[in-house]
Design a protein around this ligand. Structure first.
Ligand code: URA
Length: 248
């Protein structure tokens, strides 16, 4: 299989770890405050592999070769996409055995009632990339909505909307099925962004509130044969491909 290089420049890594702006990261490097695998690095273009190399700033580890975990979870409805809930409600963490929970968190969020594909990891670097607003990976949703949207309502969704001052970019929208007797329709909606409650707000805005919502894919990843509440580890090649989608 083709080996994919996921290395990044040291100053970019420090900046994306939330440690400093790119310019102050360069200053830190120039001042000899940054070590890679124990060695001080003062060279600007130095590339590192965030999954393998140990980076320290002022002796404090920023990343390490600790085992990273990557899971593709089929989130069922009724679970919060959070690590801990102050009210003790079920969270996606409850779907993992205690030995896997340490350091794990969901990448992005799905609403309490939304089902579907959610990545869980302990890799902050990848999570940072995947949730970056410039990371315009397609997310595909299947939405069961009340009523049957007309052509012009579907066009409105496709063209993008401004709701309460928030802009929703154009989306790919397909009518998958329409039940005349039930007065419900199934839509496929592909979004390149991930604003809070986006699908629900868009559908409500054209008069067709969502009854049921499921995320079926994220970029090249799909739920495959997973059942609600189950998960699988991502393959190394899949993690590499996700890193390759990172914005420059
Ligand atoms: N859009 C929504 O409305 N809810 C989700 O959970 C995800 C996308």
């Amino acid at each position: 299989m083709q080996q994919i290089n996921v290395s990044v420049r040291l100053q970019k890594f420090l900046a994306s770890a939330g440690l400093a702006s790119r310019r102050s990261a360069e200053k830190m490097i120039g001042e000899g405050r940054v070590r890679v695998n124990g060695e001080i690095v003062q060279e600007m273009g130095k590339k590192i592999d965030p999954r393998e190399d140990r980076v320290e700033v002022d002796g404090i580890p920023i990343s390490g070769p600790a085992r990273k975990h990557y899971f593709l979870l089929y989130k069922p409805g009724g679970y919060l996409s959070t690590v801990k809930d102050p009210f003790g409600r079920p969270t996606v963490m409850d779907l993992f055995p205690p030995q896997l929970q340490k350091g794990l968190f969901p990448v992005g969020r799905l609403d309490l009632d939304t089902e579907g594909l959610l990545i869980m990891t302990n890799d902050g670097q990848l999570a940072h990339y995947l949730t970056h607003p410039r990371f315009q990976i397609n997310k595909t949703y299947h939405a069961l909505v009340r009523g049957i949207p007309s052509r012009s309502e579907l066009q409105t969704l496709r063209k993008g909307l401004v709701l309460d001052g928030k802009t929703f970019l154009p989306a790919r929208v397909k009518l998958l099925s329409a039940g005349k007797s039930t007065q419900q329709a199934k839509l496929e909606i592909v979004l390149a962004e991930g604003k809070k409650r986006q699908v629900r707000l868009m559908c409500k805005a054209v008069g067709h509130p969502v009854i049921f919502l499921k995320r079926v894919s994220l970029g090249f990843l799909t739920l495959g044969g997973l059942k609600p509440g189950s998960y699988r580890r991502l393959k190394k090649g899949e993690v590499d491909r996700l890193y390759c989608l990172a914005p420059e």
